[in-house]
Design a protein around this ligand. Sequence first.
Ligand code: FES
Length: 932
Amino acid sequence: MRPDRAPISFIVNGAPASVSVAPMRRLSSVLRDELGLTGTKVGCDAGDCGACTVLLGGEPVCACLTPAASVEGADIRTVEGLGDGQLSALQASFLAHGAAQCGICTPGMLVAATALIERTPRPGEQEVQDALGGVLCRCTGYRKIIDAVVAAHRFSQSLTGLPTIPPEGKGSTRQDFSLPPVGQAVGASPVRLDGVPKVTGTEMFGGDAFPADALSVLVVRSPHHRAAFSFGDLGAYVVDNAGVVAVFTAADVPGINRFGVIPPFADQPALAEGEVRFRGEAVALVACEGWAARELDLADFPVRWTELPAALGARQAQAEGAALVHAGRPGNLLVRGFVERGDPDAAMREASVVASGRLETSYVEHAYIEPEAGHAFVDVDTLTIVACTQAPHMDRDDTAAILGLAPEKVRIVPTATGGGFGSKIDISLQPLIGLVALKTGRPAALAYTRSESMSSTTKRHPASMQAIIAADTDGKVLGMVFDGEFNTGAYASFGPTVANRVPVHASGPYVTPNYRATSRAIHTNGPVSGAFRGFGVPQATLMQETLYDELADRLGIDRLRFRRQNMLRNGSETVTGQHLAEGVGIGECLARLEPRWTRALADADAFNAANADKKRGVGIASCWYGCGNTSLPNPSTIKLGLSPAGKVVLHQGAVDIGQGSNTVIAQIAADALGLPLSDFVLRSADTSITPDAGKTSASRQTFVSGNAAQKAACALRGKILRFANVSTEARLRLEGGVLAVWEGDIRRHIDLAKLEADGDGLVFTAEESYDPPTSPLDAKGQGKPYAVYGYGAQIAELEVDLGLGTVQLIKITAAHDVGKAINPLLAEGQIEGGIAQGIGMALMEEYIPGRTENLHDYLIPTIGDVPPIETILVEVPDPEGPFGAKGLGEHVLIPTAPAILNAIRHATGITVRKVPATPTRILAAIREGRDR
Ligand code: FES
């Protein structure tokens, strides 16, 4: 029975609207599903994230909490109504400041900020924080959003001169913001090429373009950490529930019901078979009409559960042995990692000073604001899946294998991705909606709820680590021994990657001649741990950097100076024996921080001399990070060519999840080709159109895909120059459909329309690949795991309330060596966003299955939690990088949490041994310290 409906009329964006809907229907659903205003985003349906913020009578409200009946006669404004055909001053300011990364929070931010500046045209930072406090952003670190709102008034005078919203929508490069001239794209900060749709609400994310006739897919999930299950009468369930079309289980999966990121470890079923291994695991799909999906209660689904004993922690899993999961493997061990160099045991014996300790970290949720969403349909003989993702070609191959199709019979069309940070590398809903579309012949659509996104997708590995570091009396590090256990949860996912990457990085960017690092990925019945910005390195760096502080203090050496004494330099060898000939930038990072360090320490001393209840602390930590896969093939391929109409068409398959690859890779290609960025048109990722540019992960796109783009652009330029019979000194210019080539007195004009076009409609094309030169690690972990490393260091300044255990951050100063800042504004945005996630890891984020499956119990930093950030971009070029560039995206999170822990120690004298360092844990550590 379809639910009761009522006619409701209101004004939206200045125009009358009437709908007939259930009175209690969410306004967000009415706007999106009935009126097509998908600029209003849905992130939680609980009023926690603010992505659905609209103006109701001029006041910001969460549309997800607003019943349709309550807006009868009301005046509503959404993001689509902010610009009146042009960008508003605020939207322009967001673009100019790089305040939109993935863009999923941007409509809510813009709407809330519009209410503020209509009241207070020139707000200060505190007013912005107050007004935007209810809207969460997981990408930007908020600082550029604050800057954009504070500065919006400067754009108001030029409102009439601002660009008309381009009709092409997504991917358009038509903007009136000036783009850099020929040869000057690299190093400039043009507004991101995909920016306009993000600030106008026209960007299409995974849940924004569901076909009207699509079946809704609901997923039946395990409420238990471990259980056996069986189904009742599924046929009767379909018959008894109006609107339900079909039910599917693992028995309906036509292919190999397993997926995984590394073939030997592909172990996770798309739909569980008889036993579930974690809370939230999928067991069945209900395909139903859209109206029925809003009413159906999956508690009535005929499934019987028999709970089984579960191990939720790695230590418990080890203690209880093999019986819990993966009975076929010895114990619950997934995989080990190992690196050894020199004689660490002798170094410990001979050292003058050692520091040792243990440290634990928690499950951390990715908490992107866009829950997974997408739809699937069969296009002639090809299953087409339109969904948010970080890894389209991997999605295609996994989905094809699960559904028993040839890879070329599956097409993945990524939508805009509203944050990923590693979790949207693993497939999740792709095979589920694909299965329904294949079996029913109808389009199938699915948008995860917030709670199923949090309960079913991957997390950062909780780690339990111990280490000892030894030095001589001069403060020279002699050796280090590290051991870490990483809770990889119920299935493998990126557990092997974490176990391999951690021992390579656990030394930090320091010369460590004698070294042994062991790691283990342990299965439990907790959530699956996977890729998350840093692959275990942020956890290991917490261990190493906190011990570096203890060691420096014992030696009586300034903590920054101690790091400079031991840092890697050009010519150093790493713990894997890799000779670093050039491009080592940690020294420059620490040098640039030194004056800020001295000032911060003096400020803290002055504050502490005058205050007894609160103490100020200053902490420092460094990072290094290998860009790309660890000793594995890691190629990217980029194609570009000229269209007969005179555009450079860039087939750019590196998915831009907000970090800016659409813009950065175009900037690299523009300068390598010798044509301006304004001539470029993007053809973004689509497995049937763009070559495979690999996963957006491991900080590889600027470095790896950027190199492929540079090679392809150089190859294209070479073809053109040979065609025109001119030297490499010749210059190019596109004049409509004519390519002008000139060199001295030579002038050639090539009518592009007269040339034969390829299957993509392009003339003069080039396609090139790049695979970083690495080598396998031997039995002792010796070799060349990465071709390029990035470096960085951060200072955290904070105050600790000794009575409450609370921490107030005062400032973060970050110096990061990016080799070459292809786009400094985007690089800063990455740094600020990574720092915000590091703050969350250090101080508040702890995912507990069954207890924090929403964004009010699981806390991520809000706009008020991120202090001012000073960014210092260091450019020590690496000859292997495009224009010298290194990766950046993951490095930037790594030093934040250890710098904060070290600052807490500086303020209080205690080291917190488990993160997040919540007030309770800080107080307990202070009391324990006093008792000692
Ligand atoms: Fe704010 Fe991505 S830009 S969540």
